[in-house]
Design a protein around this ligand. Structure first.
Ligand code: DSN
Length: 433
């Protein structure tokens, strides 16, 4: 067997035997995976249905039209483009469709739960090519909308790109719309993380408030790695040329041939998301997150924003003087796969942040419920307590070496591996799709 397939088998085993708790990850259905692995990937289809640059696209046209129609129906919007390769390209395309380089854009800062593409300064295209103005969250949360309104009035952004990768509370889209409308700016909602919760009716929907909605398709939606850009009635009313501007920003603006296999898998995922069972799954994600957050707080941990109103939570490790790197590494040995994350006001760099991000979508897909969250919380608390003595050195040049030695030490640690065995036992009762 080609080594690649041996490695795929190993990865399959890892996904089965561990708790996938990175909030942006999930298990796609067999049908979605079949579409991704299909012959559709053999075809070039630059352009759009009915106006391609290549011959042989009659069937691809039908597939892309079907995916776009399903997206329009599910979200009640007049325009959907299913071609963006993923979330970052989708957000870039919206920015280039509506802004010129140097225009002012506004978004939630990374450490408070925003995304790199929402105007993160200096190191990203959104912070380099545009004049980015950012707002944040104080440790207690929620967002201070009055402060955001004042900032918008002062800076007059051309576009507000609002979304979450680690903001644990619900956004007030009505307030964002009032702010955007009062200064005449575009409001773009990036709902990549929470799209499945919106479908399930357990997270506020931006569709009546934003002009444009972007989303990846592989997180709570459980589709393939891809993205969609949706324009709302409000958006098209503001600018009837909006669909054509977005179409052109994608191709020829940023992309070449669409990934037709992904397009087909998006269509499959959208159909699955229309089933009543999807709503049950979405509701359970939030119930699980709340149950987990409650247990962790009961165990003495501090959560950003004081808890969760969605699928994720961020543990602020500063009160324990612990590093996200140490905890995430130790949890991985114990079979719990989460990720280190910045927290609001974090003085540490993003590579050595002071938080831990946990999410419940993938374990909910496996069928886990509140009872299992209690067990998982116990394991997390035990692991944190166990590695408490390991403090990240304050000298930046010593950190890498310290973490290398730490990982080598815990790799064979009996206590952590004991928990990993218990995790495996639990996982056996909750098969992956
Ligand atoms: N990388 C994604 C996440 O983990 O939230 C965001 O793009």
């Amino acid at each position: 067997m080609d080594k690649v397939f041996e490695l795929i088998k190993k990865e399959e085993k890892r996904q089965k035997e561990t708790l996938m708790m990175i909030p942006s990850e999930n298990y796609a259905s067999k049908a979605v995976r079949e579409a991704v692995g299909s012959v559709l990937m053999n075809k070039y289809a630059e352009g759009y249905p009915g106006r391609r640059y290549y011959q042989g696209n009659k069937i691809i046209d039908e597939i892309e039209t079907l995916a776009a129609e399903r997206a329009k129906k599910l979200f009640g919007v007049p325009y959907a483009n299913v071609q963006p390769y993923s979330g970052s390209p989708a957000n870039s395309e919206v920015l280039f469709a509506l802004c010129e380089p140097g225009d002012t854009i506004m978004g939630l800062e990374l450490a408070s739960g925003g995304h790199l593409t929402h105007g993160h300064p200096k190191v990203t295209f959104s912070g380099k090519y545009f004049r980015s103005v950012q707002f944040g969250l104080d440790e207690k949360g929620p967002l201070d909308y009055e402060k955001i309104f004042k900032l918008a009035k002062l800076e007059k952004p051309k576009l507000m790109l609002i979304g979450t990768t680690s903001y644990p509370l619900a956004f007030d889209w009505k307030k964002f719309a009032e702010i955007a409308d009062s200064v005449g700016t575009w409001l773009v909602a990036d709902v990549s993380h929470v799209i499945g919760l919106i479908i399930a009716g357990v997270y506020p929907s931006p569709f009546n408030y934003a002009h444009i909605v972007t989303s990846t398709t592989h997180k709570t939606l459980r589709g393939p790695r891809g993205a969609v850009i949706l324009a709302t009635n409000k958006g098209i009313k503001k600018d009837p040329e909006l669909p054509s501007k977005i179409d052109k920003a994608i191709i020829p603006g940023m992309q070449g041939g669409p990934h037709n296999n992904t397009t087909a898998a998006i269509a499959v995922a959208l159909e699955e998301a229309g089933n009543p069972s999807f709503k049950t799954y979405g509701k359970q994600i939030v119930r699980n997150a709340k149950a987990l957050a409650k247990e962790l707080m009961k165990g003495g941990l501090t959560l950003v924003g004081g808890g969760t109103e969605c699928h994720l939570m961020v543990v602020d490790l500063r009160p324990l003087e612990l590093s996200g790197n140490v905890i995430a590494d130790a949890l991985e040995v114990a079979g719990i796969v989460a990720n280190r994350n910045s927290v609001p006001g974090d003085l540490m760099p993003p590579f050595y942040p002071s938080g831990l991000r946990l999410g419940t979508p993938a374990i909910t897909t496996r069928g886990m419920k509140e009872k299992e969250m209690k067990r998982i919380a116990e394991w997390i608390l035990k692991v944190i307590d166990y590695v408490k003595p390991y403090k990240l050195p304050s000298k930046p040049e010593a950190r890498n070496q310290f973490l290398k030695a730490f990982r080598a030490k815990i790799e064979k640690d009996k206590f952590l591996l004991g928990i990993a065995e218990e995790v495996k036992d639990l996982c056996r009762n909750f098969p992956v799709p």
